[in-house]
Ligand binder design. Structure first.
Ligand code: ATP
Length: 802
């Protein structure tokens, strides 16, 4: 096939088939695949690996890479089944539609190692620093410029109309000096009889023309402003959606304040760059060109003399613009850091206040804004120098016009009106050149802000939220299994949480997970919800790898109540309804019912606004226990097949805990429940208990069986807990006793028996597990309990019967 035909097919692939190569690097390899893909229809036999990788990876990569047209058709050929079962299902081998296969190769080539999405993933995750952008030269990059223009594409008709009105208003503006010159010449040169009539008609025509010019200008401004706002709206929408689609690991590394800054300030700056600024820039270009043309028309000699100053000024503007772009990016980054700090500290003001750290926080914030100020000062120095120079050159130009023009008038080569016109054109050209430099600097600022926005917009989440298998409701039984799962958080890869963890939760059973603090109990919940993916091993629901299931579907069928439930700043009713797939369809009766089941109904009704009470930011206007009960009601309303309770009743008092426990037990029927538990009372209702220790499940089975093994982890854990609870009770008893010293029965108050019993119990436990104590934070667990605050202010212990 000749090179021309190949090239033609390549263009056909890329253009006619609407295969946009936005993010694609046209390496020789990619071109090869593209050309091969355009050879014709048919299927290509491929290895199972390619087939699976096409299914798992390329579709994700392709979706963003612009090959949607090709893949959406070919996707139908790819049944979504677990990779392990592929060979059995496809004994005839693996085939892919030729174009899809070639496109997948292109995608893999361009996305596997050097993909922009992954590059961005890496770069964005480096705190504030983006290797991709940090090393970037501040020179205008055509790619960024192209994207900036691409941003304005949807508004092209509005902007075109705006440009038309711009042409009208600029024509009027630029014709003004010429006609004003004519007016002056009419005043000076027209003989007395015709003078008034000529002047009146000229001024009337000019007024009409000026009116048209100003109307055109008003319409231009309206069109530009609305287009700008629309672009900013779209940009914010895409950015917000891109941020929300990112996996949780991204948020572990990226700071909220920074994202908010991108969403508000950077988008506004970028929008401004492509609308108001572009319009002003176009007007400046048009006016400068017309002005220069008119200057040559009026007096070519004078124009050549005056315009000699323009090339050096243009060079200066370019240098200035480049500097501005780089400093603008640094300022935006620094500002984002300051916003992040302010946002976090204001959001956690109670903690700041409780520790009395207001002044420290102010100092930290001042440090950040001082840095911003330092950058702004540098910018101001450059700006002052640049505008000083442009001002000087403008004035010198006017002076040169007057000087040279005066000489030309003296030698009668120029009339008064011509010199006036020329002078006005010089002013206009000066203003336009200043406008052009400002346009250039604003454009550079926009590009600086854009660099980070493109990174965020381009960043591909590790997995899509909607792609994947959705089981039918009646297919879902709720059997959970962790098989050889190893996992470390992306931010702490060196500290594995799980190593070859195995856990099986039969459908419809209640499994309690216990273990020391930090052993990874809550992490199990995160993995099940697919907030993170395990590094190796698989997690299945009814035998389906959660990676094959649609995360959106998965989370719809799992209800969670976490340790620290977060409520949104809206009414209690809205917070409860949030659990339902479509909150707008939830009736008030359903909300009330859920609240009753979660034992929240009474306290909510006690509020003056009942279920319409607004809970404040993160539910700050409610107590911990109240928040938790609202969160339980929210989970109840979701009515999920799988329930994950992360110490869900931890913030409730004993009475409420019993009531909620009862409600939960009722709810737990016919569901699979995983309870992350810390206390004996929480796991009473569990069918089985799994004990986590050093990244593995070391024991699993019914409570009675685990308790039978007195040297087992569970038994030791429970005894430890009982011991600690005992010591707590002992502390309370001792305090109680001390508060009743004046009782008629003397010091042997009503708590004395309790104290003796508890001390005996604790001694027994201690004797039984002598090896257990070194693992306690303090050698003698009794010390912190009974020695500190209670007694120091009073008589020695032995005087009190100890
Ligand atoms: N997002 C995260 N990034 C990095 N490390 C994390 C993250 N979340 C938790 N960890 C770490 O993972 C380990 C397990 O945490 P996890 O919250 O699962 O423990 P836990 O058993 O539920 O603890 P507790 O009983 O105290 O709630 C801890 O060492 C914790 O510091």
């Amino acid at each position: 096939m000749s090179a021309r035909i190949l090239a033609g097919r390549l263009v056909w692939s890329v253009r006619v088939k609407r295969v946009r190569c936005d993010n694609l690097r046209l390496t020789r390899q990619n071109v090869h695949w593209l050309v091969a893909g355009s050879v014709g229809p048919g299927f290509v036999r491929c290895s199972a690996r390619t087939w699976v990788s096409f299914q798992e990876r390329s579709l994700r990569g392709l979706r963003g890479s612009g090959f949607d047209t090709v893949t959406s058709r070919s996707q139908r050929h790819v049944p979504r089944v677990a990779p392990q079962r592929l060979s059995a299902l496809r004994p005839w081998g693996f085939y892919l539609p030729r174009r899809a296969w070639c496109a997948s190769q292109v995608s893999l080539c361009s996305y596997s190692t050097s993909a922009r999405g992954e590059e961005n993933r890496d770069s964005l995750e480096n705190d504030g620093g983006t290797p991709a952008t940090r090393g970037r030269s501040p020179r205008v990059q055509s790619e960024d410029l192209r994207r900036l223009i691409e941003l304005a594409r949807p508004q092209r008709w509005r902007l075109t109309a705006a440009v038309c009105f711009l042409v009208v208003s600029s024509t009027v503006t630029m014709s003004a000096p010429f006609f004003l010159g004519k007016v002056i010449d009419t005043i000076y040169m027209t003989p007395g009889d015709n003078f008034k009539a000529s002047l009146t008609s000229l001024c009337t025509v000019l007024s009409g023309v000026f009116l048209i010019g100003s109307v055109a200008n008003a319409i231009r401004i309206y069109l530009i402003q609305t287009s700008g706002q629309e672009i900013v709206r779209k940009l914010r929408e895409s950015l917000f959606s891109s941020i929300l689609r990112q996996e949780l690991g991204f948020f572990d590394k990226t700071r909220t304040g920074e994202l908010i800054n991108r969403l508000s300030a950077d988008t506004a700056r970028l929008g401004h760059s492509v609308t108001d600024n572009l319009s002003d820039g176009l007007r400046a270009v048009a006016q400068a060109m017309v002005g220069v043309g008119m200057m040559f028309y009026v007096s070519p000699g004078l124009a050549t003399f005056v315009l000699m100053v323009v090339p050096p000024m243009a060079g200066l503007a370019v240098v200035y613009g480049r500097y501005l772009r780089s400093i603008s990016k640094r300022t935006q980054d620094a500002l984002a850091e300051a916003t992040q700090l302010a946002e976090e500290r204001i959001g956690n003001l109670r903690t700041v206040r409780a520790f009395g750290k207001e002044l420290n926080e102010v100092v930290k914030y001042v440090e950040k804004i001082n840095y911003v100020f330092g950058l702004a000062k540098k910018e101001a120095v450059m700006q002052a120098g640049f505008y000083g120079l442009t001002g000087l050159s403008g004035n010198m130009m006017v002076l040169a016009v007057l000087y040279k023009g005066g000489l030309l008038m003296g030698s009668e080569h120029m009339t008064m009106g011509q010199l006036s016109s020329f002078l006005l054109y010089t002013f206009w050209v000066g203003i336009s050149v200043a406008g052009l430099t400002s346009f250039y600097s604003e454009l550079m600022k926009g590009l600086g802000a854009g660099t980070r926005l493109w990174e965020l917009l381009d960043r591909k989440p590790e997995f899509s939220l909607t792609e994947g298998v959705e089981l039918r409701e009646d297919q879902l039984r709720g059997e959970l299994a962790f098989q050889d799962v190893s996992f470390a958080y992306p931010t702490r890869k060196e500290a594995p949480i799980f190593q070859d963890l195995d856990l099986m939760v039969p459908a419809g059973s209640v499994m309690a997970v216990v273990g020391p603090s930090g052993s990874g109990k809550s992490t199990l919940v995160s993995l099940l919800l697919r907030l993170y993916d395990p590094d190796s091993g698989i997690i299945t629901i009814d035998g389906h790898d959660v990676k094959d299931l649609s995360p959106y579907w998965l989370r719809r069928h799992i209800g969670t109540v976490s340790q620290e439930p977060i409520l949104f700043s809206c009414s209690i009713a809205e917070n409860i309804a949030y659990g339902a797939p479509d909150p707008s369809l939830v009736t008030i009766q359903e909300i009330h019912h859920a609240a009753q089941m979660a034992n929240a109904y009474d306290f909510v009704q006690g509020f003056p606004n009942g279920f319409d009470t607004v809970v404040g930011e993160k539910g700050v206007l409610l107590s911990g226990g109240q928040k938790q009960r609202i969160a339980i009601a929210r989970a109840l309303l979701k009515n999920p097949k799988i329930l994950l309770l992360d110490e869900a009743t931890s913030a409730l008092d004993t009475e409420n805990e019993l009531l909620v426990q009862e409600a939960l037990e009722h709810l737990m029927q016919n569901r699979t429940v995983l309870i992350i538990a810390h206390r004996l009372s929480t796991i009473q209702s569990a069918d089985a208990v799994a004990v986590l220790h050093q990244g593995r499940v070391v024991e699993c089975g019914p409570q009675s069986k685990l308790l039978a093994n007195s040297n087992g982890h569970f038994c030791r854990l429970m005894e430890k807990q009982a011991f600690l609870q005992g010591s707590q009770k002992l502390q309370l008893a001792v305090k109680g006793n001390l508060r009743n010293p004046g009782r008629p029965d003397g010091f042997k108050g009503r708590f004395q028996d309790d104290i003796a019993r508890l001390r005996q119990e604790m001694s027994r436990t201690r004797a039984k597990h002598p090896g257990m104590w070194p693992s306690f934070p303090r050698q003698n667990p009794l010390r912190p309990v009974v020695s500190d605050s209670c007694f120091h202010r009073r008589a020695p212990l032995q005087d009190r019967g100890f």
